[in-house]
Design a protein around this ligand. Sequence first.
Ligand SMILES: Nc1ncnc2c1ncn2[C@@H]1O[C@H](COP(=O)(O)OP(=O)(O)OP(=O)(O)O)[C@@H](O)[C@H]1O
Length: 384
Amino acid sequence: MANSVPPAVVRIDGKEWVLPLEVSFRTVLDVLAQVMPALNPLPTAFEYEDEDGDRITVCSDEELTAMISFCHWRNRHSGRSHPLSIYPKAKKKKNKLNLEVNTRAPLTSAGKSNPSSSESMHSRSGSFRRANEKTALVKLISEGQITRQDLQYLEILGHGNGGTVYRTFHQPSKVIMAVKVIALDATQEEQRQIMAELDILHKCDSSYIIGFYGAFFAENRISICAEYMDGGSLDGYGAIPEPVLGRIIVGVVKGLNYLWSLKIMHRDIKPSNVLVNTQGCVKLCDFGVSVQLLTSLTKTFIGTNAYMAPERILGGEYGIHSEIWSLGLSTLEMALGRFPYLPEGSKPSSLVPFELLQCIVNEKPPTLSLEHFSPSLIEFTQQW
Ligand SMILES: Nc1ncnc2c1ncn2[C@@H]1O[C@H](COP(=O)(O)OP(=O)(O)OP(=O)(O)O)[C@@H](O)[C@H]1O
């Protein structure tokens, strides 16, 4: 079938190249190296500018697909083939966990070093990434709701208490996303309320919060479509070295601070709800924006949350102090590589034994030893 959309064309060092169908990221890097033979070191990624002039980094086939979607979108709007300039880029070094660590102060949008936020995990490549996601989001929202027919489930990323998360390809936008499918016992009215409450996620705009693409009900299941994080959740990394952990915690605290500024409580802080990607971004997911969704989930939820603060176990009021407890316990778990109340090698199951809850309520909170950790990390984990 003839395609009426002008093809995607890139401009490399003044030369134009019509991107072949099914072009791979590797091929684009090879072409870059051929067109610009003086490049040293060889590029491992490249950049382009989006419609706001933000630089977007491409370092995978998925990101190349997003760039091509952007070219097509721009061509459709202008009605002509609009070459997109791309620029070679050498990638930063990665650490043992494959997380990119930004050791310099991050750059402001004006490109200057910002000393006041030198603790930030959010590197400039993180902001490129965010702009990339923003383009995808704007495109998705302008093209309407996501439906089941648009989704191609690729693999299971994990199972939680309420549902299953799939790495999923959204055909119309060519975006890879994470779709969480939860079986729910909710009436039509409750479903309508959940959708209305989830709407606030469209307004969340922080580099420390997972991007939200949309949600839909099909039969008695809700599918929540969110940004895919290729590093997964932090429950799978074992003991995280302190310099990396420090930066992760900065990201988590910034994410929580952002949610609290919107009067949203997370309500489920734990390592499996902190996601990372290979760009070095740290983002929070699974926070409780929908009261109705939480209510419907408790109808099917069995077990107890092992990260609950003592006052919550005792039926007291939930507040920021309860979130701080869960943050502290999660920090201990990520530092030790095991749930701090349980002996080495074991994981807290969803069905937490009564003795564990008793222990949380009655015993002194666990601590880190000075032998293995810095005084500042120890002090941080004792702020509950
Ligand atoms: N956006 C995402 N990108 C990549 N992986 C994800 C994403 N969201 C979830 N996952 C993976 O799927 C797993 C299951 O997630 P889910 O939210 O269902 O459960 P959980 O947080 O592990 O447990 P619970 O349901 O008890 O909160 C996570 O542990 C994580 O590894």
